[in-house]
Design a protein around this ligand. Structure first.
Ligand code: HEM
Length: 484
């Protein structure tokens, strides 16, 4: 594996295409026969296992924190899932995502929800898809999206008024969809329109709401119905974009600058076996990118703006930095380190509030962690949020402190203690896109506006959380917009 300091800090693996050889480490825990080891405990403070589902539905983050306070490996029992094994140490993440990754697979939920998109598929199919999509996400392509990103953000904030109260999460959802569609999907959404597409994208998350996820798949919950409607709407949108791209496919697909043109171009040119790019595959891919690429960036921006609002001393440094820019922020500003405070704000936001706070897998054979067995076929979860708030790695772990991200700190940090984008070959393909978008959006907003948080403190400290598939802020939290 090669490893480098990531653009916002922490260490990220640069094994993007899975082709790089990974020196398999024989981890200590595999030395003993896993089948002889005991199952991990249920947390003692969680009452009987029959009520774990209720705790989970009420507050999954709190449930994980309570379990982790007793043991790095534990299990909870969910009615629709059975025993669910929780891993809370960076050594565990490293084994699951990198050194022993072939012993774990994605759970079926993603496949049921998103078909055969990149997030879901495994093995050869994954390798082919990752290679096919990679050109849209390499550094040069991502830098090419910078102007579009800033234009889209500017277009939206131009409509903000001094003294306005803003439901920030909802506004950031619209903004990240604007950016994703314009930059990657090749279509500019109407600023105050395209409601059907916007609401459909939101509904993709309904598959994972805890009150529904904890129940067996066959239960037709309202959330599952909303999910199905959203997915159908986006599939129709994909068909429309597909038809447009097919009318004028690029002669050289490597020159394509949006998802559908790239995929249609590859299919038409015969560069990729057309059996691999059926219309269904293209639809699945688009729905996957919309799901993976907008809510994650929405929550990062919402939490970063909350953090700036609540930490005046950080806000001052941030504002001094963005005021020093020559004009609207650019990719060159990011490259040249002219947005280094902003960079640390994003890094620290993703530590305290990792949008994907829990990363699920299924064990392909019996495997031991810290002397406890996770049996073959069982679901496990790497608790990123718990790991990134562990005081063994981070001083004052619940405090928002961007200044902790010095080069020395990054250098000595366990390479999986900070992994908001996952790790190993399946690390997020969109991370450079997301990081650039977050920095440019914050700088664009920060040059013109101050935001003040008007909501209450939640029970975790910080704003009230509403953890679903991603760690969101509770809907309806308002911010006051003031012109600077
Ligand atoms: C702050 C923003 C983001 C965060 C925190 C994030 C986080 C993650 C994580 C943790 C994974 C690994 C999932 C796993 O191992 O099961 C992942 C995968 C993925 N992400 Fe992101 N993501 C973000 C933004 C994006 C964006 C902007 C896009 C696309 C435009 C994107 C597309 C994907 C895709 C397609 C995968 C699957 C990659 C594969 O399996 O090869 N993500 N993301």
């Amino acid at each position: 594996m090669s490893s480098e300091t990531g653009p916002t800090g922490g260490r990220v693996d640069t094994v993007d295409d899975g082709a790089t050889d990974v020196a398999e480490e024989t981890a200590d825990a595999t030395a003993a026969d896993p089948t002889t080891q005991p199952l991990p405990p249920y947390p003692s403070t969680l009452d009987h296992r029959l009520v774990h589902s209720l705790h989970y539905m009420r507050d999954p983050v709190r449930l994980l924190e309570r379990g982790a306070s007793e043991s790095d490996v534990f299990r909870v029992h969910l009615a629709g899932v059975g025993d669910w094994y929780q891993l809370c140490h960076p050594d565990h993440s490293k084994r699951v995502f990198l050194t022993e990754r072939d012993r774990f697979r994605k759970s079926d939920d993603f496949g049921i929800a998103f078909g055969d998109g990149l997030l879901t598929v495994e093995g050869e199919q994954w390798r082919d898809q990752r290679g096919t999509l990679q050109p849209l996400f390499v550094r040069e392509s991502v830098q090419g999206y910078a102007d579009t990103m800033v234009e889209q953000v500017q277009r939206r904030v131009d409509g903000w008024q001094d003294g306005q109260r803003l439901d920030l999460q909802s506004e950031m959802t619209d903004m990240t969809l604007d950016v994703l569609f314009a930059a990657i999907l090749g279509r500019e959404l109407e600023l105050n329109g395209d409601e059907q597409v916007r609401r459909a994208a939101e509904r993709l998350h309904d598959w994972f709401v805890p009150t529904s996820y904890a129940l067996p798949d066959w239960v037709p919950t309202p959330a599952r119905r909303r999910f199905a409607e959203g997915k159908e709407t986006l599939q129709r949108e994909a068909d429309r974009l597909l038809a447009e791209a097919a009318e004028d496919p690029p002669s050289d697909p490597t020159e394509a600058d949006d998802l559908m043109s790239l995929l249609v171009g590859l299919r038409e040119s015969g560069l990729v076996d057309s059996g691999m790019l059926t219309d269904d595959d293209l639809r699945d891919q688009m729905v996957t990118i919309i799901f993976a690429g907008h809510d994650t960036t929405t929550t990062s921006l919402t939490f970063a703006l909350w953090a700036l609002a609540e930490h005046p001393e950080v806000r001052e440094r941030f504002q001094a930095e963005v005021d020093d820019l020559d004009g609207p922020p650019t990719a060159a500003d990011v490259e040249a380190g002219r947005l280094s405070v902003t960079d640390r704000v994003v890094t620290e936001t993703l530590r305290l509030f990792p949008p994907v706070y829990a990363l699920p897998r299924v064990a392909d054979d019996d495997v031991a962690f810290d002397g406890y067995r996770v049996p073959e076929g069982e679901r496990l979860n790497v608790a990123l949020h718990v790991i990134q708030r562990d005081d063994r790695y981070f001083d004052r772990p619940h405090t928002f402190d961007p200044s902790r991200w010095t080069p020395e700190f990054r250098q000595q940090l366990h390479d999986f203690a900070y992994a908001p984008f996952g790790g190993g070959p399946r690390i997020c393909i969109g991370r450079q896109f997301a990081l650039l978008e977050a920095k440019l959006a914050l700088a664009t907003i920060g040059r013109e506006y101050d935001l003040y948080y008007l909501g209450e403190e939640g029970r975790h400290g910080g704003p009230p959380l509403s953890p679903e598939m991603t760690l969101r802020m509770e809907p309806g939290q308002e911010f006051l917009v003031t012109e600077r």
